[in-house]
Design a protein around this ligand. Structure first.
Ligand code: TXA
Ligand code: MG
Length: 323
């Protein structure tokens, strides 16, 4: 059920969460499937509803920066710097967990992911609770993350919980995940904050975990974030269109408008060439194209800078099951 007048229903959502039930919540990145972070029952329901493998840990959402020490310990100075710079906002910190954090939440890891989201409805809801919320993206495991309440409903279908409507998610792509492996700031997942922005705050370079080794963060599994329609990444859209001319194709371009192509089957992510805008439209475009009966989605590779890296990362994972 999608709840339109969300502010009036925050109280009811709080009540459901106190009963260990789940509520889908809006955030600035994507919608989350939220439950009481201290409830084993709520955590198990999250894994069940999403059909998520138990080895993929969840992110804890907190109402203010002070709660960080309730969740994590031995927090490095750099983590506080990043929290000051980006919270509330789309940054998840992976830190050493406090002993009371449930092993099912962290998939038995000694670390825990934590962030303070930036959405007024969800912050209002968190204030009404005396526990943090654990919330993965509110989609079936391995599918496209939801950036509207309707995406949540269609992805989770009959298992869809009470959904707090919070409009279209502003960033439209998941949080950037930073950990401190061997004491060094490490990027576990590209996301709504560019790696360069993190490096500017820390005044040092951030190590990137290679995809070739066993993923530190299952959001880095090769296949993830996938539409049902096969997706191909293109370095030259016009050339690939000639090669694939017998197929019904939906095209995702960065800023190049292909005038001689059927405009109904084309989505330009940012005509101004703004990568933040492009990132915010990626998932809604994939959701829309997935319902249009295409044989193939052809997605132009984005410039490999700033949020272009996050978009290309998601496109790569979406394209893993090649045609
Ligand atoms: O923007 C977001 O982060 C959204 C919203 C709802 O907050 N949440 C989200 O959650 O994307 P989810 O569960 O779809 O992705 C969480 C990612 C996974 O890739 C998981 O492996 C990683 O966070 N993660 C969580 N705890 C971790 C840990 N202790 N070490 C490494 N990676 C961790
Ligand atoms: Mg997810």
């Amino acid at each position: 059920m999608i709840i339109k007048d969300s502010f009036k229903n925050i109280e009811h959502s709080a009540k459901l969460l106190k009963q260990d039930k789940l509520v889908a919540i809006p955030t600035e990145t994507v919608y989350g499937l939220a439950g009481n972070a201290y409830s084993e029952k709520a955590i198990q329901s999250i894994y069940e509803v999403k059909n998520r493998p138990a080895k993929n840990p969840l992110i804890v959402h907190i109402k203010n920066k002070n709660v960080i020490s309730e969740i994590a310990k031995n927090i490095p100075e750099e983590a506080f710097k990043l929290a000051d710079a980006f919270w509330p906002g789309p940054l998840t910190l992976v830190l050493e967990k406090q002993n009371h954090i449930l092993p099912s939440l962290t998939a038995n890891k000694s670390t825990v992911g934590v962030r303070m989201p930036n959405h007024e409805i969800t912050l209002e809801l968190l204030k009404k609770l005396d526990f943090p919320l654990v919330a993965p993206s509110a989609n079936r495991s391995n599918h496209i993350s939801p950036t509207t309440a309707e995406h949540v409903r269609s992805s989770l279908a009959s298992k869809s919980p009470y959904i707090l409507e919070g409009g279209v998610c502003k960033s439209g792509i998941e949080s950037t995940i930073i950990g401190f492996k061997n004491g060094k700031p490490t990027l576990y997942r590209h996301g709504a904050i560019a790696k360069e922005e993190i490096e500017d705050v820390l005044n040092c370079s951030v190590v990137e975990i290679s995809n070739d080794i066993l993923p530190e963060s299952p959001g880095m599994f090769k296949k993830h974030y996938s539409p049902n329609t096969p997706l191909l990444i293109s370095k030259n859209v016009k050339k690939d269109l000639l090669r694939l001319n017998d197929k019904k194709i939906g095209i995702i371009c960065f800023q190049n408008n292909l005038e001689d192509f059927n405009q109904n089957n084309l989505k330009v992510l940012s005509s101004k060439g703004n990568l933040k805008e492009a990132a915010s439209k990626l998932y809604s475009t994939l959701h829309g194209f997935d319902n249009m009966g295409f044989d193939l989605i052809l997605a132009e590779e984005m410039p490999n800078v700033g949020l272009g890296l996050a978009i290309n990362d998601r496109l790569k994972r979406a394209s893993f099951s090649e045609i």
